[in-house]
Design a protein around this ligand. Structure first.
Ligand SMILES: *Cc1c(COP(=O)(O)O)cnc(C)c1O
Length: 387
């Protein structure tokens, strides 16, 4: 095989400051060890610190019955892989949200890649926020539906589109995230749901990946906080972030669950998650409602960091625990990330094509196992150094 095409592409990426690479890291608590040095991990999605919690892990492991602790499901749930723990987790989720049903997937990526193509085709218009996650874009493309991407959070635009197009399609699906992964801002789900209620054929799909576990008094997400769980047709989330486990899920109607079981290709054609992972998920879900003190601490340290960045003159997009520091050029983002690293902070630059050209940034993701002192040290570094 001729490799020169690929090596030239890599050289081009490197010249633009956009080359990515993998970095193996050891983890202890909210720190990672890179090249022998301990760094505060500001690039983790373990928002409640559950994945890193050794005590919790020990408690879980001492509670498992090894007879049923299967490390593989060995097949799709549609064949013989449907271990009872899946449906237990699903009825827990349905109960927590007060919805009819839930369905678990191998990952949030599978979820977004699979649901939209199952439910949408040529008779559907998908109206999605410009900043939705890559997995949603891939799902939209695979669906073959007509789609329109509106300027980030521009719900006036959505209102116009619904008015113009609701008569032309079997259904219109509004697709948004609740907390956006690169800007750390929120959607106005309440208004989206009130737009939906004006029409008989509009449905709402919300990806709560960054909010599940973090927002709402029981940790269910932004829809809980905004009081509109009942109006959303698919509330989707991942166990891989705040919950410290792995897998994706949607809560929906009973009919929708049955439909997805019949039509959703990533569910049908992939080996289901290990039952052992589902047991860990079940263990954590049982405790999620009681984790309000962790959510409160996370929200307090996030506010401190946002205030500090604002004081240092950075434009502030975020109102959550995901806090970007906008620097503009990719090479500058890489350089500043290096300076943070030299000073004990592991924070990654986010560059195009993940974010728009010219808006490269450092993306701080805070986790509830960071102490006020940790954040104080970070804030002092941001305030004093010549970044
Ligand atoms: C991380 C993420 C996903 C993917 O979830 P995984 O479980 O990690 O595959 C989907 N949607 C959004 C918005 C995400 O941030």
């Amino acid at each position: 095989m001729e490799d020169s095409f690929y090596s030239r592409e890599l050289e081009r990426l490197a010249a633009e400051g956009n080359l990515r690479s993998l970095t193996p890291l050891e983890h202890t608590g909210c720190e990672v060890v890179a090249a022998g040095r301990k760094l505060l991990n500001l690039s983790s999605n373990d928002y409640l610190g559950l994945g890193a919690d050794r005590n919790l892990r020990a408690e879980f492991l001492s509670s498992v019955n090894q007879e049923e602790f299967f490390m593989s499901s060995s097949s799709s749930r549609l064949l013989s892989g449907d271990f009872p723990v899946y449906e237990e987790v699903e009825s827990m989720l349905a109960g927590m949200f007060g919805k009819e049903a839930a369905l678990v997937f191998n990952s949030g990526y599978h979820m977004n890649l699979g649901i939209l193509p199952a439910v949408a085709g040529k008779d559907t218009l998908i109206v999605a926020d410009k900043l939705v996650h890559a997995s949603i874009i891939d799902g939209i493309r695979l669906s073959g539906a007509d789609f329109y991407r509106f300027r980030h959070n521009d719900l006036d635009r959505v209102e116009n589109i619904l008015r113009q197009s609701s008569g032309k399609y079997r259904q219109i699906i509004i697709v948004v995230e609740s907390v956006y992964s690169m800007d750390g801002d929120r959607a106005d789900l309440k208004r989206i749901c009130s737009l939906k209620r004006m029409y008989g054929n509009v449905a709402v799909y919300v990806d709560e990946a960054h909010a599940f576990g973090v927002l709402g008094s029981h940790g269910l997400g932004l829809a809980e906080e905004q009081g509109c769980i009942g109006d959303i047709d698919w509330i989707c989330g991942t166990f891989g972030k705040a919950l410290g486990s792995v897998g994706g899920f949607t809560v929906c109607s009973r009919v929708m669950r049955d439909f997805l079981v019949n039509r959703m290709r990533p569910l049908i054609f992939s080996t289901a998650l290990p039952p052992a992972s589902m047991m860990w998920t079940r263990f954590l879900l049982n405790r999620m409602s009681g984790m309000a003190p962790l959510r409160k601490h996370l929200s307090e340290i996030s506010e401190k960091l946002r205030d500090a960045l604002k004081r240092s003159g950075y434009p502030l997009l975020s109102d959550t625990h995901i806090i970007p520091m906008l620097v503009g050029r990719s090479d500058k983002a890489v350089e500043i990330a290096g300076r943070f690293r030299e000073n004990g902070f592991f924070v990654l630059p986010v560059r195009p094509p993940t974010v728009p050209e010219g808006s490269a940034r450092l993306r701080f993701a805070l986790t509830a196992n960071m102490s006020c002192d940790d954040i104080g040290t970070l804030i002092r570094f941001i305030g004093t150094s010549a970044l």
